[in-house]
Design a protein around this ligand. Sequence first.
Ligand code: NAP
Length: 428
Amino acid sequence: MLQHVAIVGSGPSGLFCADALIRQNPALKIDVIDRLPTPYGLVRFGVAPDHQGTKAVTRQFDRLFTNPNIRFLGRLEIGTDLPLGVLQAHYDAVVLAVGAHQDRPLEIPGADLAGVYGSMAFVGWYNGHPDFADLNPQLSNSIAIIGQGNVAVDIARLLAKTPAELAASDLCAHAAAAIQAAGITDIYMIGRRGPIEASFTSAELAELGKLERLRPVLRKSDLPDSIPAGLDPNEAKVKERNLQLLHEYASRTDEKPVTLHFLFHSAPLELVGNGRVEGLHVAGGTRPLAVGTVISAIGYHTAPKGDLPAAASNGRLPNSDGLIAPGLYVVGWAKRGPSGTIPTNRSEAKAVADRLLADFASDAAPAKLGSAGLDAWLKQQGIAVLDFAAWKHIEAAEIAAARPGAPREKLARWADLMAIQAQQQAQQ
Ligand code: NAP
């Protein structure tokens, strides 16, 4: 019996799940649905533009869509254009791989001042996300990044790199120009806890020490001599290496044009300014830090949308090992929260795929209509989706527009993306 699976979200967790499903049951029909006309979610819009090696996983994802049993349906939003209930009526199983698209709120006075941005919008802006292409952030020469995770590190690195260091990246031209024009001299990375608790990983921290014009600075007195006993061995390895790197940074005396100030035990207390941010009070400080831009990189949660299940207070969709309700599953950040690297999603999505297939095997209900049912519903509603061929047109246009040495110049605006669709339809 044929079975039909819809996966909502074409980021790494959704596509690793599709991969695990089709490998084990090549007869499955899988529709991967995305709100955007471009696939790959976090790989395209979250992974830093200068980490092209990490983005290479898209080659594996591309191969999935050469399988005639797997379709991409772009520009279709579940919960708004298409109610989840309708999708469930047509598919034997639905997997939500919708990610975590909302910034955790920065709950301090002044967080609503102009010049304060969440990392979702800021990273989306420099990574060509069409919702944020026109963010046009006010970048001052002195910038605070709140949070000490890998997103904060990505942002600091991209703000400090020279054009030559960014040559092989796909940082959007609009962002590259704005960053270089800002004349950045000081970046503050604000942590409310200490260096051992900071959540950045060692490879990312090490990169900050190798940049042409960035000098990391920190107080030696903030650094313990060794890591505490009793940490899990893998965690201990990372913390030990982090501490070693931070000690090395603290003893540097070289002069560089951009200073990255690591501030530990410095919980953000209040943002001040007359209409736009001018200063940040942190715990233990005597005066506000003079900053004209603040980027809050303190994590994400899953946003409510139409008839999708509501996230719990921890920002995740309530589930039991990936199962939300019979026939409804969840993977990725919507399942476990915003943590882990891209490969983390591979094993996790496979475990959910295994569970789904086991449930299929024990389910005697007749198979549903799948794509035939959905296509008829979309036709009836007058909704046109963008398929994988449309994405390939977008990709070809991006590659053609790339500056020399860069992999692509992303089409960052809705109008440009939809114009490609119109061109494609005209050619058909
Ligand atoms: P994260 O690792 O959870 O870091 C969030 C940071 O924000 C922490 O330092 C946290 O401090 C701080 N924070 C949270 N709430 C705060 C508050 N109210 N006030 C002040 N600080 C607050 O999250 P992320 O950086 O967004 O990254 C998300 C995931 O993606 C992580 O697993 C990360 O490793 C991964 N990622 C990986 C890469 C890479 O591999 N290159 C790149 C980017 C992201 P506390 O610990 O005190 O809560």
